[in-house]
Write a protein that binds this ligand. Structure first.
Ligand SMILES: NC(=O)C1=CN([C@@H]2O[C@H](COP(=O)(O)OP(=O)(O)OC[C@H]3O[C@@H](n4cnc5c(N)ncnc54)[C@H](OP(=O)(O)O)[C@@H]3O)[C@@H](O)[C@H]2O)C=CC1
Ligand SMILES: O=C([O-])CC(=O)C(=O)O
Length: 258
């Protein structure tokens, strides 16, 4: 049986996922349509995705998870989320993870090591997870920043610490750049053990995430240095490939790491 996939969002991640699916990168999965933003009276629509897709991939942002996620799950569809920070909201988290009948999957996205953290959280205890993320300053400019803050950031000649805190604080201020922090909390099964720091680094050649997880089953030190997505310097180029890997597993798990 073919796994029918719909996408919400066709930016840097979504458009690459569509290309990869069309090129047959996930045997057993095929692209049914992409939900456009706004007026959907012509062509594919969210209603068409509800009717035709087995799994809907969100690669549109935190607000899109809030807007579409609960309806998909209530309709019995599966949802694959990239904007994982949306799950900082406890009531949305319940709707997506507990209420069913649809299932919510979370992409590993820009990170590695979530499998080990999930296993350690289930089989042991996690005392602390820290993550330091570094990106180029231009990728971290936000709509709420005033002109002076933007100018200072863009002209910085040294690394600048932008924010330190837990998943909710980070996602509120940098919703397109700190989903990995929420991913770590979900992997740990604990929203209180993760502390993050976001750094704008003019010398950053790649986007990096340095995770350190202290658990009763071991200490995991995980560093990823990702190329930026060609379409969006704020997103790692790895993310669409992580999404497609997940779809491939859903469609045909044989031989997959799960
Ligand atoms: N889990 C992880 O490791 C990572 C997660 N992410 C998440 O993935 C998201 C997407 O990243 P990326 O592709 O680089 O971002 P882009 O900005 O390149 O693309 C987002 C696309 O989604 C569209 N969109 C937004 N809202 C809607 C909607 N309601 N309906 C239909 N389309 C919509 C946008 O349209 P428009 O241009 O009109 O706004 C845009 O085309 C990020 O916002 C972030 O939350 C990103 C990187 C890593
Ligand atoms: O792509 C990345 O490296 C991380 C990112 O933007 C996010 O977590 O939202």
């Amino acid at each position: 049986m073919v796994l029918k996939v719909a996408l919400i969002g066709s930016g840097a991640i979504g458009s690459r996922v569509a290309e990869l699916l069309d090129a047959g990168a996930a045997p057993g999965a095929e692209l049914t349509g992409v939900v456009p933003r706004g007026d959907t009276r012509t062509g594919f629509s969210f209603e068409a995705a509800l009717e035709l897709a087995d799994v809907v991939v969100e690669c549109a942002g935190v607000a899109a998870v809030e807007e579409f996620g609960p309806r998909l799950i209530a309709a019995g569809k599966d949802l694959l989320v990239t904007s994982i920070g949306a799950l900082c909201d406890a009531s949305l988290r319940k709707a997506l993870l507990e209420d069913g009948p649809g299932r919510t999957f979370l992409t590993t996205g820009a990170l590695g090591g979530l499998d080990a953290i999930t296993a350690a959280g289930a089989g042991g205890t996690i005392s602390r997870i820290t993550v330091e993320s570094r990106k180029l300053p231009a990728a971290l400019i936000q709509p709420w920043m005033d002109g002076q803050t933007r100018a200072d950031l863009l002209s910085a000649t040294h690394a600048v610490e932008l924010l330190r805190g837990g998943p909710s604080e980070l996602i509120r201020a940098f919703p397109k750049s700190t989903n990995v922090v929420s991913a770590l909390a979900l992997a740990a099964g604990n929203w209180d053990v993760v502390q993050a720091v976001l750094i704008a680094d003019p010398a950053a050649k790649q986007t990096s995430h340095h995770v350190r997880a202290e658990t009763s089953l071991g200490t995991f030190d995980i560093r990823v240095s990702n190329e930026a997505s060609p379409g969006n310097p704020a997103s790692s180029a790895l993310v669409p490939h992580a999404v497609v890997r997940g779809l491939k597993t859903l469609a045909n798990a044989s031989g997959s790491f799960i």
